[in-house]
Each structure stands twice: as structure tokens, then as C-alpha cells.
Design a protein around this ligand. Structure first.
Ligand code: B12
Ligand code: SF4
Length: 509
């Protein structure tokens, strides 16, 4: 069977990252000899005509789409449109949102045939092999005679090394490289904790399964040689098992690889020794999930860390020379105006970078399932708002008003600080601020399909100059800014032109 995997857009302006779930699925399908292609609508223009064109060209038997909660509506819409173009295509959806709302999904979206729950590689192979749906574990599907059916639990893949590497080559890599985003690599799956706002351990299991460090670093080498300058190890938290982490660092050091990397971590799983080793192997940044500056809240959300540990872990990382981003969530159970103040003071006193998310009570999380018990009122089920950036809940003492005031105060201080930094900055900070300002330009060019929709040009004068002039007419940025980005892309071989019928045609490599 021929499968088309679709990466839907995010309805917000985050930096797009190549999705690991879909690339693993594409990898197993390709490796097992099944035909598979990817339609990536995250780094290109999202339009129904484009989906239709792809369906007509490729004629897939199956269309599968991934989603988290916030892009579930658009993912569902893509399948609805697919069904309207060709009623015989089997439509499938997977990812953490539908995993915990399978029956609701099939009930509200009659155009979806199958929901894949949890890890999808083996389940997808069963589906493309034409196995009877009733015999495939880990799905919910529509049975014509008996309505919506759920099959048994799918066992997690015991040995992750049996999986072929994620098929990143099926994605439009030059577009991701143009955005200069990091490459994502998983060293293991699973998390032994059960924080009430997260479904990490429900997706990957409570027992962490690790990959062979040699295979992981082979994948790193492959990503670096394709042009990625940074790697993020996307494990729920990388620092849990020091034996595994040491082996990983040893492999990087032994191969003499020089690249910057970052990872997610917990403050109770680091010490100076491991942090120093990580630094030696190229670790530049760690994100610590701190969540709150109030100990009672930390205990309620089952984070199982203390404020003392947070301070120690930040100090140790500084000593080792690793940058820290402390990540907080506001609006957690027990939040009040006072605890918000404590959290702000705690964050400011850490001596590290920090950022705030707002609680989004995702399906499958304990905070959603036991909202009343935790004193949380859920204010909306409009999934497009589940972006962790705005208040969707209220505690007895803190609701949208308090949280918005808190966020406003934070962003005002942040903008003042950034403006000051730019004013005082030397060349390096000025350059990095310029880079950051420019990434919306790259996104505008990519998400608008600006280059591929240009009319052909006469091959006269400097082709880069001619391209920059045309593009600058279409995006709200200066000719100089556009030219700088385009020159960079051309130099890296990401953008290329060919001569067709005496005309220049530019396209992504
Ligand atoms: C790494 C990670 C990220 C990385 C993604 C890196 C990448 N290259 O993919 C970054 C930092 C970019 C990120 C961003 C965000 N993340 Co995140 N992230 C994770 C994390 C820790 C691991 C995800 C992962 O890669 N797992 C490994 C891969 C192999 O598994 P997978 O993606 O789940 O895919 C498998 C199955 O879901 C299934 N599947 C998935 N899609 C499909 C499609 C089909 C057709 C089929 C058959 C099967 C299938 O099969 C796949 C292979 O086994 C999870 C926690 C967790 N453990 O799940 C949170 C998690 C997914 N993130 C979450 C959130 C909220 C976000 C953000 C919205 C945060 C924000 N405000 O920016 C954004 C959303 C971006 C987006 N659209 O995905 C939530 C999602 C909850 C929800 N219901 O929405 C999670 C679950 C954490 C939590 N709070 O519980 N995230
Ligand atoms: S927040 Fe981190 S530690 Fe807590 S359950 Fe999620 S992945 Fe595990």
C-alpha cells in the first residue's frame, strides 16, 4: 500500500522543527519496502489545492497525519479534505492528543477511519500489511456493523535499536536547514515520573528504553554532515541514567565530533561530574523543568523536586559552563497571586535564563482527568488555544486576569532588557539579535512558498540579485535583509537555479 504522511502546520509562530514521530514512521515503512512519501505543510504554504495536487499525483492508499492538541483541528481538517477528494483513501491520525481521546475523535470526525494510540511504528506496519483491523493492537477504528471499536494495548517496542533510523531524507531538509533549526535525536524513550500536567510517561512508558550510543552518534554524524549545526537530544530528560549518558559523551569525544547540543533535564538527576563530562562532549544548554517557585505546588503536581535542588543544579551547571533555561508553568493547582509572585522572585534569583508557560490541561493528563480534585476549572475546550501561552484554567485564587497581568509584567521586563542589551551590545550580541529578528523573514519566505511561486526570470545580470529583488517585492522586509538570507542559502547550496527554455528557475535543493 502507498502511504502519504502529512505534517500539519502549527497555528502559531514557533520555530518549525522536523517532526520525529513522522520521521520514525516513514523510516519503518521505507525500510520494510512499503512506498511512503511526506507532505510537509509546516515549512511550506498550507493550502487545500496543494493537498489535492499531492493526492492526485501520488494516488496514496493511506493518508496519515500527526498532531498534538493545538494542531488537532487542522490535522482533522486535512483528513476531512482528503476524504472529500477521494473517498477510498484510508485516513489515519496519531500523536498524543488522539491517543487519549480516541473515541471522541472518531465520533466527532466521521472522515477519520483509524486512530493510532501510542507508539505507532509496529501498528502502522500492521495496517499497511493489510492485517484485519480487529487484530491490530493499539488502534480505535470505525467498524461498519458495530460502531467504534478499540483494540487491545500495543506493547512498547522493547529494543529500539531494531528500528531503522528516522527517514529525515523524505522531508524537505533544505527548508529546515534554511531556518537554521536544530536536528532532533532521541537517545531513548520513556519517563519514570508522572507529573500531573504531562503525558510523557503515558506515551513512552514508565521504564526508559535506551538506544545503543554508537547508533545514536551515527545518527548525529549523519545530521551534522547534512548541514545541521546543532542537535537537541529530545528525550523526556537526558540526565536520568548516568551510565547511558557517559557512554554517549564518550562516543562523541572518541569520534572527535565538534557540535553544540542541548537537552531536557531534571534538577535531581545532575551532579558536577556528569555536567562537566557533558560540557566536554559539547553540551551548550540544558532546559530544567522547574515549574514553580512554590514548594507546595511542586509537591501537588508530583514533580518530586525541591527548590533547594533547583538552586544547586543551576549553580553546578554554571560551574560546568553549561547554559540553563529554567522553565516554569503558571496556573498550576494551588496558584494564587502570592505564589505567582514567589515564582517570579525565585526565577529572577536563580541567575539563569528563565521562561514561563501557562498550564494547558491536555487530554490524558492527571490535572485534566481529576481537575475538580485539584481545584482547577477548565475554561475552554477550544483546542487551537492549547498552546501553553495563555490561561485556559482557573484556580480558586488565580484566573486569566492574574495570569495575564503576570505575563504582561514579564514580557514588559523582557522587552526592556532586550532593548537595553541591543543598545549596549558589542558586535556578537548585535549580530545574534539581528539573526533572531531575521528568522521571521525566513519563515515568511518558506511558509509563503514565495520562491517556488515566482515567475521564471531572464538569465541577465546577477541571478542572486535578481531573485532578491523579486522576493523583496513580496515580503515586508528590506532588499538588503532579503539578499543577505538568500545569499546565505545559495552559498550553502540550499537554493539552486536551473535554466529551462532559456529562463532561470529557482528552487529549494
Ligand atoms: C521532543 C518533544 C518536543 C519537541 C519536538 C521535537 C521533534 N523533532 O519532534 C519540541 C521541543 C519541538 C516540542 C514542541 C512542542 N511540544 Co512537545 N514534546 C516532546 C516530547 C518530550 C517527546 C516527543 C517525541 O518526539 N517522542 C518520540 C516520538 C517518536 O514519538 P511521538 O512524536 O509521540 O510519535 C509517535 C506516536 O505518537 C505515534 N504517532 C505520532 N503521529 C502519528 C501519525 C500517524 C499517522 C501514526 C500512525 C502514528 C503517529 O507514532 C510515533 C512513533 O512511535 C513529548 C513528551 C512525550 N514523551 O511524548 C512532548 C509533547 C509531545 N509536547 C507537548 C507540547 C504541548 C508541545 C508544544 C505545544 C509546546 C509549545 N507550546 O511549544 C510544542 C508543539 C509542537 C508540535 N506541533 O509538535 C505535549 C503535547 C500534549 C498535547 N496533547 O498536545 C507533550 C506530550 C508533553 C506534555 N506536556 O505532555 N516538543
Ligand atoms: S514533566 Fe518531565 S519528568 Fe515529569 S512526567 Fe513529563 S517528561 Fe516526565
Amino acid at each position: 500500500m502507498r502511504t502519504l504522511l502529512v505534517n500539519p502546520p502549527y497555528p502559531f509562530s514557533e520555530i518549525p522543527i522536523l517532526p520525529m514521530g513522522l520521521s520514525y514512521l516513514a523510516g519503518v515503512l521505507e525500510h520494510s519496502g512499503h512506498e511512503v512519501r511526506v507532505l510537509d505543510l509546516l515549512v511550506s504554504r498550507y493550502s487545500k489545492e496543494k493537498i489535492k495536487k499531492k493526492l492526485e499525483e501520488y494516488q496514496p492508499d493511506i493518508v496519515g497525519v500527526t498532531s498534538v492538541t493545538l494542531n488537532y483541528p487542522i490535522a482533522s481538517d486535512i483528513l476531512k479534505y482528503t476524504r472529500s477528494v477521494d473517498k477510498d483513501i484510508i485516513t489515519i491520525i496519531g500523536g498524543p492528543h488522539v491517543t487519549f481521546a480516541p473515541v471522541e475523535t472518531l465520533t466527532e470526525a466521521p472522515w477519520i477511519d483509524i486512530v493510532v494510540r501510542g507508539e505507532g511504528e509496529r501498528t502502522m506496519l500492521d495496517i499497511v500489511s493489510g492485517k484485519k483491523l480487529a487484530d491490530i493492537d493499539g488502534i480505535a477504528y470505525r467498524d461498519k456493523a458495530n460502531g467504534i471499536k478499540m483494540t487491545g494495548e500495543r506493547h512498547l517496542i522493547e529494543n529500539l535499536d531494531e528500528l531503522p533510523p528516522p527517514a529525515k531524507h523524505l522531508f524537505p531538509l533544505s527548508r529546515y536547514l534554511a531556518l537554521d533549526v536544530h536536528a532532533s535525536i532521541l537517545t531513548g524513550r520513556g519517563c519514570p515520573f508522572n507529573c500531573i500536567f504531562c503525558v510523557g510517561s503515558k506515551m513512552g512508558g514508565r521504564r526508559v528504553r535506551y538506544r545503543n550510543p554508537k547508533l545514536i552518534i551515527d545518527e548525529v554524524e549523519q545530521a551534522v554532515s547534512s548541514g545541521f549545526r546543532e542537535i537537541n537530544f529530545e528525550d523526556d530528560h537526558l540526565t536520568l541514567n548516568h551510565q547511558h549518558l557517559n557512554a554517549l559523551c564518550d562516543e562523541i569525544i572518541a569520534r572527535g565530533l565538534k557540535f553544540n547540543w542541548s537537552a531536557f533535564s531534571r534538577v535531581d538527576t545532575v551532579n558536577l561530574e556528569i555536567l562537566s563530562k557533558m560540557k566536554q562532549a559539547g553540551c551548550a544548554w540544558l532546559l530544567y523543568g522547574v515549574e514553580s517557585g512554590n514548594q507546595e505546588i511542586l509537591d501537588t503536581i508530583k514533580k518530586k523536586i525541591t527548590l533547594e535542588k533547583v538552586r544547586d543544579a543551576v549553580k553546578m551547571a554554571k560551574e560546568a559552563g553549561i547554559g540553563i533555561l529554567a522553565s516554569f508553568i503558571v496556573g498550576l493547582p494551588g496558584e494564587t497571586a502570592e505564589t505567582l509572585k514567589q515564582t517570579m522572585q525565585f526565577a529572577q534569583g536563580l541567575g539563569a535564563s528563565y521562561g514561563f508557560n501557562v498550564l494547558s490541561p491536555f487530554p490524558g493528563t492527571e490535572v485534566r482527568e481529576k481537575a475538580a480534585e485539584y481545584g482547577i476549572e477548565i475554561l475552554t475546550n477550544d483546542w487551537t488555544k492549547y498552546d501553553c501561552n495563555r490561561p485556559l484554567t482557573r484556580t480558586k485564587d488565580a484566573g486569566p486576569e492574574e495570569i495575564n497581568a503576570f505575563l504582561q509584567q514579564y514580557f514588559e521586563a523582557l522587552n526592556k532588557y532586550l532593548a537595553q542589551l541591543e543598545k549596549e551590545s558589542g558586535a556578537s550580541q548585535g549580530e545574534s539579535a539581528k539573526e533572531k529578528r531575521r528568522s521571521p523573514l525566513s519563515i515568511a519566505i518558506l511558509k509563503g512558498d514565495v520562491i517556488e511561486n515566482l515567475a521564471t526570470m531572464k538569465p541577465e545580470g546577477n541571478p542572486v540579485e535578481a531573485l532578491a529583488s523579486k522576493v523583496a517585492e513580496l515580503v515586508p522586509y528590506s532588499h538588503q535583509q532579503v539578499k543577505e538570507d538568500i545569499t546565505k542559502w545559495v552559498d550553502k547550496g540550499l537554493l539552486k537555479y536551473t535554466i529551462k527554455d532559456g529562463h532561470l528557475v529557482w528552487d529549494w535543493a
